[in-house]
Each structure stands twice: as C-alpha cells, then as structure tokens.
Design a protein around this ligand. Structure first.
Ligand SMILES: NC(=O)c1ccc[n+]([C@@H]2O[C@H](COP(=O)([O-])OP(=O)(O)OC[C@H]3O[C@@H](n4cnc5c(N)ncnc54)[C@H](OP(=O)(O)O)[C@@H]3O)[C@@H](O)[C@H]2O)c1
Length: 220
C-alpha cells in the first residue's frame, strides 16, 4: 500500500520504518526543517520519499498522523481536504491546544477536526522506543496495537498494515467508547501497558459490555 506520514518523528518515523520493512511505499511530511525528511527517506531506501502534507494526502491510501497535540491545527491546515481519506491518528492530548470536553474521547474530538476523513486511532498507547523494539517480535510475543474508529472498512485496512508492521491489531470499537486506550496511564486502562493477543479479547469484551477491564497482564 501507499502510506503517508504527517509528522515523521519518533512515532511517525517508526511507523514509516516498519511500513517499509513490511513492503509498503511511504511518503514523509511535515517538519520545521524539511531536509530532515529527505535524510530519513534516503535512510529508508527506494520505497520512501518526502513531500508536503498535501502531497502525502494525494499519494497515500493510509495517512499516519503523528504530530504533537498543539501542532494538530497547523498540520491539518497543511494537509488540506481529507475527505474519504483513511487517517490513523497516533496523537495523545498532552501539551497545549484545544482539548476534548469532559466525557469526550480524544478520538471523537480529533475525528471532528478531520471532517470527511475515515478516522482510525492507533499507535498511541506505547512509547515509540518500545514500539520500535517490539516490531521484530514473532508469534505469541507480538504486541497489541489497539485500534478504534467508526469506519469498519478503514479499520480493517489499517489492521492489515499493523500486521505487516509486526504487531497484532485489536479493534476496541468506536471512537465514543475507546477511552481505555487514551492517556493518561491509569488503573483500569490499557494506555501505557503492553498487551499480547492472548490477553486482548477479554479487554474487548469488557469494553463492549461497559465493564471494568481485567487486571493488566504481567509478562516475563
Ligand atoms: N513519543 C512517544 O513515545 C509517543 C507514544 C505514543 C503516542 N505519541 C503521540 O504521537 C504524536 C507524535 O509524537 P512524537 O513523539 O512522534 O513527536 P516528535 O518525535 O516530536 O515528532 C513530531 C514530528 O512533527 C514535526 N513537526 C512539524 N512541525 C512541528 C512543530 N511546529 N512543532 C513540533 N513538531 C513539528 C516534527 O518535525 P521537526 O522536529 O523536524 O520539525 C517531528 O518530526 C504526539 O501526539 C504524541 O503524544 C507519542
């Protein structure tokens, strides 16, 4: 697939790296110093290129959106029309900028800021360093990347990409009910915690039932 990245830093850069390893083409964008995008693209090889956010939106089947929270309005302005585009939001609501209302998930808040986009949220619960290290794991040791969104087909395509990157995609449901995968790290949430496939289904069932999730698993 053609994967676009808006914000090719720690999270977006790792997503780009794993997408290339998984056989996908990537285009990187959005930097205060665009020469850094050329450098990273050269490092990633012939499957990678650099462009503007608008060029990324035109290029990509899936756009990975990985910018600091306070920069979201600028990044969206640079991206332009997202109508019909699958956008994977990796952001967490830290720092400056407009915030979700009480009781509103960050996913629902950001989905409204991306009108027409086929919004999916993922890659936001684990540190970039951990994600980079864990991508090479095999079999039952692979880590879960939680996914939420209100467009099942978009989530299915993103799930394929997540698998190709070396992780296990697990669909937690819609944007209105995904608060367990959102910051901050706290008791009763999956945010900030490692999960593997064997422990994920019980979380999905608890979220669907509106119940508390089981205790966070501990891995040797
Ligand atoms: N880091 C983590 O462990 C982690 C984990 C999960 C989720 N997240 C979330 O993912 C999102 C991206 O985080 P990150 O850690 O990948 O951030 P990052 O390393 O700082 O990367 C952000 C990218 O946005 C670019 N950018 C363009 N204009 C910018 C501006 N005006 N100000 C700041 N950056 C600008 C930066 O490029 P230049 O620096 O070249 O300008 C940089 O490549 C955040 O919302 C964060 O909360 C982070």
């Amino acid at each position: 697939m053609k994967i676009g990245v808006i914000g090719a830093g720690r999270i977006g850069g790792n997503c780009a790296r794993q997408a290339v390893k998984g056989g996908h083409d990537v285009m990187l964008s959005f930097s205060r110093d665009p020469s850094t995008l050329d450098t990273l693209a050269a490092e990633l090889g012939p499957r990678a290129s650099a462009g503007t956010p608008a060029e990324v939106v035109a290029f990509a089947e899936i756009v990975i959106f990985a910018v600091p929270w306070g920069t979201i309005p600028d990044a969206l302005a640079a991206a332009g029309d997202l109508n019909g585009k699958i956008v994977v939001d990796t952001t967490n609501q830290f720092g400056s900028g407009a915030m979700p209302e009480a009781g509103q998930t960050a996913a629902a808040f950001n989905a409204r800021r991306m009108p027409g986009a086929r919004y999916v949220k993922s890659f936001n619960t684990l540190t970039s360093q951990f994600q980079a290290q864990a991508a090479s794991r095999q079999g039952e040791d692979r880590v879960v990347q939680w996914v939420c969104g209100d467009d099942p087909d978009a989530k299915a395509l993103v799930a394929r990409l997540i698998e190709d990157m070396g992780y296990v995609p697990v669909d937690l449901g819609g944007t209105a009910t995904c608060s367990v995968m959102e910051a901050p790290r706290r008791r009763g949430a999956v945010y900030g915690e490692e999960y593997r496939a064997a422990d994920a289904q019980a979380v999905v069932e608890a979220v669907r039932a509106g119940a508390a999730i089981p205790p966070v698993p501990a891995y040797a």
